[in-house]
Write a protein that binds this ligand. Structure first.
Ligand code: ZN
Length: 440
């Protein structure tokens, strides 16, 4: 059976991933095993009512078969997961759902705007539920019939909106995936400043190159620890499950209360899909190809705006925001005719908020200059468009094609440009973190 939860956090605290560790503890107490690691699924980052990371979670429970692997630690005891298993009995499943409902009720903060939801299904859900929730705006009207057909048990405390995320987390096919090991603080430390030794984080990243988004060399920010009052101490992201698990022992910090390894869609770029300008409606994300339409303008605060035209001539306003550090520099150096592929999400105002720029081909701006005279080396004068050149001193005539082209030097090279690591979104495709160097 699959268990999905969403929206047990709020801007004032709480944490959906922590709630999932409590549900995993409950499963262990009930004699149920994790089948595979729990899933941490990021959904469309552009939905306006979602101010935080828009994460939902799911896990699969049953009776494990074969050899288990450690995916966490709770109350000083390991949490293990099996590659495969058999389904729980209906009585066991029903008892678990009842206890899970009570746990989620207890943990979700009673804030306005927090709509905790729990979805339990006896089998998988169609992956289309995930793809719509990560790339587009979806509605309960589309999700609820699918849940009914799947025989799902659902619970919400107030609004039903959380059902969308909880279902999408169950529906995530997890084929393209990375990992995040999240270490949690003791409850007594929640809300106080975190103690994580940055030098040991940097050493771990050097020792395990599979780790990513640990630190931003440009802004010198440590990226593993959040800055909110949530229970998370730090999160180690990796392209393999082994690297964060091995690195955990290297990080010096305040005591770790518990940890859990999540399989996640972070850094997969799953929210991006090639779109034409008209198809990239508000709150959607995507890739668009086109040519720069001059002029590029620098806005207050160091943001840069330029217009892009796709093949059909449709215009798209693109915004490179200052906190991305790298993108405004690239945007400022663009001229009309440069061919680009850009990606990002479209805000309510219609502008594309850039998450990256690929410079495919540069236009070569410049101007025609009058040739020098073959006889006296003086500068010729134009006789008019297409009519050639004439030396004012010795009257020698030269044909139009003798004009010289003087190109304007370019300060941007073809290549792919990503935001500085601290400004990358959870879903943003994985990319080098060493600075503004283009990747060819
Ligand atoms: Zn001359």
């Amino acid at each position: 059976m699959r268990v999905g939860i969403d929206d047990t956090d709020s801007p004032r605290g709480g944490c959906t991933t922590w709630a999932l560790t409590e549900l995993a503890r409950l499963a262990r107490d009930d004699g149920l095993d994790l089948i595979g690691a729990p899933h941490l699924v990021r959904l469309n980052p552009n939905i306006p009512w979602k101010t935080r990371g828009n994460a939902a979670l799911s896990m699969r429970l049953g009776h494990g078969l074969g050899t288990p692997t450690a995916v966490g630690e709770l109350d000083g005891r390991p949490v293990v997961a099996y590659h495969r298993g058999r389904e729980p009995d209906p009585d066991e499943a029903a008892r678990y759902v009842e206890e899970a409902r009570r746990t989620v009720t207890r943990l979700a903060p009673r804030d306005r705007g927090t709509d905790p939801a729990l979805v339990v299904t006896p089998g998988p859900l169609p992956s289309s539920l995930y793809w719509t929730a990560v790339r587009d705006r979806t509605t309960l009207g589309k999700v609820e019939p699918v849940l009914r057909r799947a025989g799902a048990t659902t619970w919400v405390r107030s609004g039903r909106r959380g059902l969308i995320g909880a279902s999408a987390a169950i529906a995530w096919p997890a084929r393209r995936a990375t990992w995040e090991l999240i270490a949690y603080r003791r409850p007594a430390a929640w809300g106080t400043s975190r103690r994580v030794d940055a030098a040991t984080v940097l050493a771990a990243q050097r020792a395990w190159p599979e780790l990513f988004l640990c630190h931003d060399p440009r802004t010198r920010r440590l990226l593993v620890a959040p800055h909110t009052a949530c229970p998370i101490l730090f999160g180690l992201r990796g392209t393999t499950p082994e690297a964060p698990r091995a690195a955990l022992g290297r990080i010096r910090s305040e005591p770790v209360d518990r940890w859990m390894l999540f399989r996640t869609n972070q850094a997969t770029g799953d929210h991006l899909v090639p779109r034409s300008v008209p198809a990239l409606r508000g709150y959607r994300a995507g890739w668009v190809r086109g040519s720069v339409d001059a002029p590029v303008s620098v806005l207050p605060g160091g943001h840069v705006r330029f217009d892009l035209r796709d093949r059909a001539g449709q215009r798209l306003v693109c915004l490179a925001f200052e906190p991305t550090k790298t993108l405004p520099d690239v945007a400022r150096a663009l001229v009309a005719g440069d061919r680009l592929r850009v990606w990002g999400s479209r805000g309510p105002g219609g502008a594309l908020r850039l998450e990256g720029i690929e410079v495919l081909a540069l236009a070569s701006p410049g101007r025609w200059r009058a040739p020098r005279c073959d006889r006296c080396a003086g500068r010729c004068r134009s006789l008019g468009s297409g009519r050639g050149w004439k030396c004012p001193r010795c009257r020698l005539r030269l044909p139009p094609e003798r004009a010289g082209w003087s190109p304007v030097p370019r300060t941007v090279a073809p290549g792919t440009y990503h935001p500085t690591p601290s400004a990358r979104r959870h879903l943003a495709p994985r990319a080098p973190e060493t600075g503004p160097t283009p990747v060819f």
